[in-house]
Design a binder for this molecule. Structure first.
Ligand SMILES: Nc1ncnc2c1ncn2[C@@H]1O[C@H](COP(=O)(O)OP(=O)(O)OP(=O)(O)O)[C@@H](O)[C@H]1O
Ligand SMILES: [Mg+2]
Length: 321
């Protein structure tokens, strides 16, 4: 539990992370992910409830816990006066490691983060993605048993993200427990053995990515995109009208909106401003059926369901606004 005055940022959270597991908190902005991470990292005391990290109470054993965990906060807090290598070494010295140990460790971590060529430049001149990689490298200085990663890949380009995912997987194989927050469903799906979906400071669902998808979504989704509605006009009525540049010859008329002709083609239909999402085991079959009924979307796409669909189902909102 974390309260700020009258406001409860983190409420009914009840989770247990097993040793060696990668556990995720997936949720939109303001869900309470960072507040939760800061309590686990022993930098923000909880205002209620119970918390044990590595079997210890952060209120009583903060320093002992901090010595054994690695923390990647959401924002990079690096020493911009120092070089890349110095950042790693100085941080290592905080843990009481010898000079020679941190030198060797820094070399290894620079390699890990692909920053060897930048070792001697000032942190200030690094790109955002490089700073992120350095923050992550720094969190590994003490070979943590538990790694806390708050939005680890925000700001990274796709290549750097994939590299990091691969490195995190390797760390997990070596036995490091990981707690990860993210609002990227692909990241959660890639990295997490188990995860909870958070919204407004509480957990709305939990399980493995596969369990969550099979519980809250169908195997496939058919996405149908229709022309944007004019202001004041209901989107899907317009989508069925024969007006507009993308309208095709066909039986669609404005008094025959596509939604009505599609309801029985899917287990569930999600209506978004510009799209219909049809949840069904067989997207191609639903698309063919829709075509046969004269529905002519601007574009159509069949894809596998993801955690984004789970989130939409659970909250009625999408993860990334
Ligand atoms: N120091 C603080 N004082 C007051 N309110 C706070 C404080 N820190 C966080 N909050 C509030 O607590 C709620 C949860 O914030 P938190 O940073 O934990 O969310 P988050 O899930 O990490 O979001 P994001 O994805 O944007 O990082 C928000 O409504 C936020 O405004
Ligand atoms: Mg956050």
């Amino acid at each position: 539990m974390k309260r700020f005055g009258d406001f409860t940022a983190v409420g009914g959270i009840d989770v247990e992370v097993q040793r060696g597991e990668a556990f995720g908190f997936l949720g939109p902005n303001g869900a309470g992910k960072s507040s939760t991470m800061r309590m686990i990292a022993c930098v923000s005391p909880r205002t209620g409830g119970e918390l044990r990290v590595l079997g210890m109470d952060p209120d009583l054993h903060g320093p002992q816990i901090r010595a054994r965990i690695g923390v990647v906060p959401q924002g990079d807090i690096l020493d911009t006066e120092l070089t890349v290598r110095q950042n790693l070494q100085v941080y290592g010295r905080y843990f009481g490691f010898s000079r020679s140990y941190v030198q060797a460790k820094a070399t290894e971590l620079l390699e890990f983060a692909q920053l060897t060529e930048k070792a001697d430049v000032n942190v200030e001149s690094l790109s955002g993605g490089m700073k992120r990689r350095l923050t992550i490298a720094r969190s590994l200085v003490n070979d943590p048993e538990l790694l806390l990663l708050d939005e680890p890949t925000t700001g990274l380009d796709p290549q750097a993200r994939h590299l990091l995912w691969e490195r995190l997987f390797r760390l997990k194989q070596r036995g490091a427990t990981q707690i990860i927050t993210t609002h990227y469903m692909d990241e959660a799906q890639q990295l997490c053995d188990r995860l909870v979906v958070m919204d407004n400071g509480t957990i709305v669902a939990g399980g493995t990515p596969t369990e969550l998808i099979s519980r809250y979504a169908t195997r496939e989704v058919l996405e149908l995109r229709f022309p944007q509605a004019q202001p004041g006009e209901p989107a899907l009525v317009h989508a069925g009208s024969s007006a507009g540049p993308s309208a095709v010859a066909g039986p669609q008329t404005s008094d025959n909106p596509p939604l009505e002709r599609l309801t029985d083609l899917a287990d569930r239909i999600e209506v978004l401003p510009d799209r219909l999402l049809l949840y069904t085991a067989d997207g191609e079959a639903a698309l063919t059926a829709a075509h046969n009924r004269g529905v002519r979307p601007m574009t159509s796409l069949v894809r596998r369901s993801t955690l984004e669909d789970v989130f939409l189902r659970l909250t009625g909102r999408s993860l990334v606004d």
